[in-house]
Write a protein of this length. Structure first.
Length: 418
């Protein structure tokens, strides 16, 4: 009799397992069907299905996470991946964070980058905690993945884990950390950025770029009195690495202080690569103060090798972009003087003869100067521009005519040329 009871209980247990297995199999099928609804049909139907299915997946619970992660890894359609990301963002689990973070840093699709960043932000501190744990991992690939994902979450809690890799031996990690940290105005970050300006070129450029956006450091000198922002950037402006020096010129141009103008002006009078001087000229043009314009006018009149032809052309272009009405006459004067210096006695043919009439640089600089004077609307330039109506180069004559029509439309010399 006991044997019969044992057999009966065993049969019941087997039946329960079979029912449970059938239920599980049924649930799996429902999950797969729901996933299929997310990934088939036109975009609008998938959009609507994503809203409805999200609730169903939430009711089914964590058992839906593995098949969703599998599907997101197998998918090639960015829209489908985006819909799955939205559903997964309901589940606050480490494997979900890792899957979304991996997708974020591997996809080239802007739409999907936006969706994954939004999902990680929705997961909030738990996502940051999971990614921070990965940053502490000895696995470099895991560190880089976590750092790239954290760099997209622009929230204060990411500062600490990113600071932890700001001095890492790996260049890629340091660059990721500095780029992300540069968007925060936090006193812990400033000394890290200043120190990084002395790092290898790729890191130095990233730090300089970030410091160029930190005008707040200039406004808070009392609270951060140890930070010599302009001094640090003036130092890197002299870097032997051209890209580092160029980035420094751009940063000083953004900050636009009187000391920044002095540093940029000094560079123009020193032997430096042409590309760096061009960047300094543009920076002074952006600043556009009296001191900056005066620095450009002085540099324009300097001779080679201090000011190379390419740099002189850039100075003419920058002077032409002067926006302050009070400074336009100052900006125009060196251009007018230069045009006058080229003009000598008329050639018997009736055209002006220039010192170096066939020099392509002279022709190009003339065109740039004429365009600059036209933009400045300088009436003091009328005499020089009128003389250029007899230039030997047809393009110069055309540019001079156009400039005069803009500056002095009633000029009698234009009547027979229209």
């Amino acid at each position: 009799m006991p044997l019969a009871n044992d057999r009966s209980q065993s049969n019941l247990s087997a039946a329960d397992s079979e029912i449970e297995s059938e239920d599980l199999s049924s649930r799996d099928r429902e999950i797969q069907q729901a996933i299929a609804q997310l990934t088939t049909g036109d975009f609008h139907s998938r959009w609507d299905n994503a809203k409805q299915c999200a609730k169903q997946f939430a009711e089914w619970g964590d058992c839906t996470v593995p098949p969703l992660i599998h599907q997101i890894q197998a998918e090639t359609d960015p829209a489908n991946q985006g819909f799955i990301v939205r559903v997964l963002s309901q589940f606050d689990r480490p494997e979900v964070v890792e899957a979304i973070a991996h997708l974020l840093i591997t996809t080239p699709e802007a739409y999907l980058q936006k969706e994954t960043t939004k999902a990680l932000t929705t997961l909030g501190n738990s996502a940051i905690e999971t990614l921070s744990a990965l940053i502490a991992s000895p696995d470099l690939a895991q560190k880089i993945l976590a750092a790239k994902a954290l760099a997209h979450i622009r929230r204060t809690p990411v500062i600490e884990p990113l600071l932890s890799i700001a001095h890492h031996a790996d260049t890629t990690l340091r660059a990721i950390a500095l780029e992300a940290l540069g968007s925060f105005h936090d006193p812990r970050i400033t000394p890290v950025l200043i120190a990084a300006t002395e790092d290898e070129p790729a890191i130095s450029q990233e730090a300089i770029r970030a410091l160029g956006r930190r005008r707040d450091l200039l406004e808070n000198q009392e609270s951060e009195s140890t930070v010599d922002l302009i001094g640090s950037l003036s130092h890197t402006l002299q870097s032997p690495y051209v890209e580092v020096a160029k980035e420094s010129a751009i940063a000083l141009g953004r900050l636009g202080t009187p000391d920044a103008v002095l540093s940029l002006s000094h560079l123009l009078s020193q032997p430096s690569p042409t590309a760096v001087k061009v960047a300094a000229v543009r920076a002074l043009g952006w600043i556009g103060t009296l001191a900056a314009i005066q620095a450009l006018t002085k540099a324009f009149s300097d001779t080679a090798p201090v000011i190379m032809p390419t740099v002189q052309q850039e100075i003419a272009r920058s002077l032409g972009q002067t926006s302050s009405p009070d400074l336009k006459a100052i900006a125009a004067q060196p251009l007018i003087n230069w045009l006058k210096s080229l003009q000598i006695q008329p050639h018997p043919s009736g055209h002006l003869s220039e010192a170096i009439p066939t020099d392509p640089f002279i022709v190009s600089l003339k065109q740039t100067a004429i365009l600059a004077l036209s933009r400045l609307g300088s009436t003091d330039a009328i005499e020089s521009l009128t003389a250029l109506l007899n230039d030997s180069n047809a393009h110069i004559r055309m540019h001079a005519l156009s400039a005069l029509e803009q500056i002095d439309p009633d000029n009698p010399h234009l009547i027979n040329r229209r």
